[in-house]
Design a protein around this ligand. Sequence first.
Ligand SMILES: N[C@@H](CCC(=O)N[C@@H](CS)C(=O)NCC(=O)O)C(=O)O
Length: 322
Amino acid sequence: MTERGDKQTISNLSAGLKSVLLSDQLINQPRQNVEGINKHNGSNPQAASNLSLLQQQLHNEAHQQQQSRITHFFQNQPTEGYTLFSHRSAPNGFKVAIILSELNLPFTTIFLDFNSGEQRAPEFVTINPNARVPALIDHYNENTAIWESGAIILYLVSKFLKENGDCPLWSNNIVEQAQISSWLFFQTSGHAPMIGQALHFRYFHGCPVPSAVERYTDEVRRVYGVIEMALAERREALIMELDVENAAAYSAGTTPISQSRYFDYPVWLVGDRATIADLLFVPWNNVVDRIGINLKVEFPEVYKWTKYMMRRPAVIRALRGD
Ligand SMILES: N[C@@H](CCC(=O)N[C@@H](CS)C(=O)NCC(=O)O)C(=O)O
């Protein structure tokens, strides 16, 4: 068997395992009910047979409902464009939508239904062994599937650069690429998971754990402190460069930098334009108020930066789910 063949087998296997778990979950409920009824029916063979039919029917219906939309998609994949698997309230999915939209790439979004476990449908687990969103299929490239938001975004900008010789959200320069990647890995490994945990312990955990809420909220504040500092440094450099006639007064501290006409001018994490380094943060910046962080008051540079990005037509379209 070829190397590719082996990989396929492994990934089918993992999909199979998930599918067993999924079916178990689905049929457990009816089975328990049926067992409950069985006790009341004693040893009546007709009742037992009816119940067995009912159980089978429930299992089939649940199985069909669960899989039909996803199965149908995978059996009839488009021949061009991209398909993004996301969720209506998943910031990580909207990160990818923003980049697709900014690059003007044709894509369709399938918003998975987590309540019915669509993220664990076997076909989906075959393209994302982590059974989470986002995942992307590139129909132009033999239905290549990519998972993990950071990897998807790097794929999109690298491909765009290769095909067009330039990419507005990325760079031709290897050093700048590394700087952008630093923010990208910081966002995916430090920013998003901390907000995710803070939200979890604040709203969804089975019992109150104040120390966990405090720990993760503090960590989110620390992360925003890092971004705030980076943006503030960019602003200072920009003001010193553009506001030449007042630069000496700002340096001496006789005039506060906030009086500069460039104080509200947009600044970016890398270079002088918005790149993926900046845009990745947008959907998560939108939800931090829910963990009690007020960006406008606590992190004013982050607030201005987010406001500029939220005004971009491509970002508006992506966040609307267009
Ligand atoms: N590191 C992953 C995180 C993916 C992730 O956690 N996705 C969440 C939504 S934002 C999800 O799919 N949750 C579904 C579940 O937990 O079953 C990425 O950046 O793509």
